[in-house]
Design a protein around this ligand. Structure first.
Ligand SMILES: NC(=O)c1ccc[n+]([C@@H]2O[C@H](COP(=O)([O-])OP(=O)(O)OC[C@H]3O[C@@H](n4cnc5c(N)ncnc54)[C@H](OP(=O)(O)O)[C@@H]3O)[C@@H](O)[C@H]2O)c1
Length: 236
């Protein structure tokens, strides 16, 4: 499978390092910001880790060529996600804010746990990333929030600066730490009366995401047109 990788940053580098470990994967090009897309070689799939604007250009290119498109880029606006969903009517499109198996499983577990514990237990989510990360909260934190509150009915409190009064029943606190070289850590705390339950996921290297993205590429290649999540492909 011939792959064009979009994004030459930290994740692009992890994809370059891990590609040789995947039988049948051939990276035919790696494209960065501002590069000419018309001269890119033929490929079977485009795999993107960049920024939303560049990701959308690459999705258009995949659409034009009629090949599948995967993006791990985070911080898409609802309009940008809607545009990707429309492209998914013609080609296979996969969007995932996190390609690790651990986080994919954690999302399922959190939905179950949150459903059982309900609003009687206070929930706080904390994520930590390296000093260069530009978006907050992380795309993964937003994914986990959706798992904790699938209906989107619970109040989210982002940080507690200027917070007055006590915590409201049902709210979910969200906190972001930025520093050093931390690849990615997500903690979810459920506080009950006289007992607590905690889940922690730590990505120890970007290779975790790169290897998951290769698995996604291998699976998406065989799928019909559609708009997919990583867990749909992993657990089908
Ligand atoms: N889904 C997952 O599992 C997962 C895991 C890790 C990261 N991510 C996400 O993947 C994306 C890339 O992460 P990364 O750590 O590889 O980022 P990075 O090191 O900053 O690299 C970003 C790449 O995108 C290009 N780019 C295009 N437009 C840009 C803009 N307006 N501002 C900055 N860069 C721009 C950069 O071009 P230049 O080469 O010209 O700088 C670079 O090639 C981020 O959205 C990140 O949150 C997702």
């Amino acid at each position: 499978m011939r792959v064009i990788v979009s994004g030459r940053g930290r994740m692009g580098q992890a994809l370059r390092e891990t590609a040789p470990t995947r039988e049948g994967i051939q990276m035919v090009a790696m494209v960065g910001r501002g590069e000419k897309l018309s001269s890119l070689p033929e490929a079977d799939i485009i795999l993107d880790f960049s920024r939303p604007e560049m990701a959308l250009h690459m999705a258009d290119l995949a659409h034009e060529r009629g090949i599948p498109f995967i993006t791990g880029t985070t911080s898409f606006s609802p309009e940008e996600l809607a545009a990707l969903e429309i492209i998914g009517k013609d080609i296979p499109v996969l969007v995932s804010a996190n390609f690790s198996l651990g986080i994919t499983v954690l999302s399922h577990v959190l939905e179950e746990v949150s459903g059982v514990l309900g609003e009687e237990w206070d929930v706080e989510l904390m994520e930590t990333h390296h000093r260069h990360k530009e978006d907050a909260p992380s795309g993964t934190a937003i994914k986990l929030l959706t798992a904790l509150d699938p209906g989107g009915n619970r109040k989210k409190v982002y940080g507690r600066q200027g917070f007055t009064g006590s915590r409201e029943k049902g709210e979910i606190g969200v906190h972001a730490l930025r520093g050093g070289s931390v690849v990615g850590e997500h903690q979810v705390h459920f506080f009950g009366d006289q007992e607590t339950l905690q889940f922690i996921h730590r990505a120890e290297s970007r290779q975790v995401f790169a290897l998951g993205a290769w698995t996604a590429a291998e699976r998406l290649f065989h799928m019909p047109a559609g708009f997919y999540s990583f867990s749909q492909l992993l657990f089908r």
